[in-house]
Design a protein around this ligand. Structure first.
Ligand SMILES: NC(=O)c1ccc[n+]([C@@H]2O[C@H](COP(=O)([O-])OP(=O)(O)OC[C@H]3O[C@@H](n4cnc5c(N)ncnc54)[C@H](O)[C@@H]3O)[C@@H](O)[C@H]2O)c1
Length: 255
């Protein structure tokens, strides 16, 4: 029997990067997977990949910054698969700008908070509500190393991710005796479209790419699968005494 056979997993931001690797890994481990994202075309490709190896997945379009869409996402999960065992909240955005706070455009600043923090709050709230009804569950939020230390020129992102870590720690305590665990993963540089085409445009900037690699003691960037593996472990019974943790996935950067 596969590790997550008969379990139901919801992954936001599952059309790309860390979320995609997580959705594929859960499906390979036997879970029924709800692939969710704003990007429907890429999300359907993930569903097709899962179907190709005999897995079971559906796509549900959801913008996590919209409360009604998040509530619909959890509702659709339960209508389709009957319950929600695991949720990995990977959807997020990184700003395209590198600016100190007094120069940072306010609408851009607030938008990152709306998606990364308030969106994650909507997700966690809806997921916990369902998990309480069914008697338990397990949540992983993809925060960031920018949720563990400040990141100059990137205050909205770092603020949103510190908020996610605070949310995770607090919610972990609130439901610790109700068979619900929740943890955060805090990656440094992971090779995904967000970072390769994002603020520092690593794909076209060899100097910035080198600096991004050298930030880790391992002198390389991480791969999405290396974060997905941690998320699956945190959802598994192998981590049964761990909740409220903000785990750096950082190639030794914080060591
Ligand atoms: N790549 C890194 O180096 C890195 C490091 C630390 C943390 N993170 C975090 O990891 C998570 C995943 O990022 P990634 O690197 O895989 O990036 P990515 O851009 O490859 O994937 C992010 C996905 O989230 C989706 N998304 C964006 N806004 C959304 C919204 N409002 N509602 C629903 N879906 C939305 C995108 O369409 C995309 O498919 C993010 O929360 C990011 O902040 C990434």
């Amino acid at each position: 029997m596969k590790k997550f056979e008969n379990k139901v997993c919801l992954v936001t931001g599952a059309s790309s990067g860390i979320g995609k690797a997580t959705a594929l890994s859960f499906a390979q481990a036997g879970a029924k997977v709800v692939v969710s994202d704003v990007n429907e075309t890429q999300g359907m490709q993930v569903v097709n990949e899962i179907s190709d190896f005999g897995g079971n997945a559906i796509f549900v379009k959801c913008d996590i910054s919209k409360k009604d869409e998040v509530e619909n996402l959890v509702k659709t999960t339960v209508i389709t698969f009957g319950r929600l065992d695991y949720a990995v909240n990977s959807a997020g955005i990184a700003g395209k700008l590198s600016l100190p706070i007094h120069e940072y455009p306010e609408d851009e600043w607030l938008n990152q908070i709306q998606v990364n923090l308030i969106g994650t709050y909507y997700c966690v709230k809806a997921q916990i509500t369902q998990m309480l009804l069914q008697g338990g569950g397990n949540i992983v939020c993809v925060a960031s190393a920018a949720g563990l230390r400040g990141q100059p020129q990137n205050s909205p992102y770092a603020t949103s991710k510190h908020g996610v870590v605070g949310l995770v720690k607090t919610v972990a305590i609130e439901y610790a005796t109700q068979n619900i665990r929740i943890n955060a993963v805090c990656p440094t540089a992971i090779e995904t479209p967000m970072i390769m085409q994002g603020r520092r445009k690593l794909a076209e900037n060899p100097e910035a790419l080198e600096a991004a690699k050298n930030y880790q003691a391992m002198k390389r960037m991480g791969q999405p699968q290396e974060v997905a593996d941690v998320a699956l472990w945190l959802c598994s019974d192998q981590s049964s005494f761990i909740t409220g943790h903000a785990m750096a996935v950082d190639g030794g950067a914080f060591a």
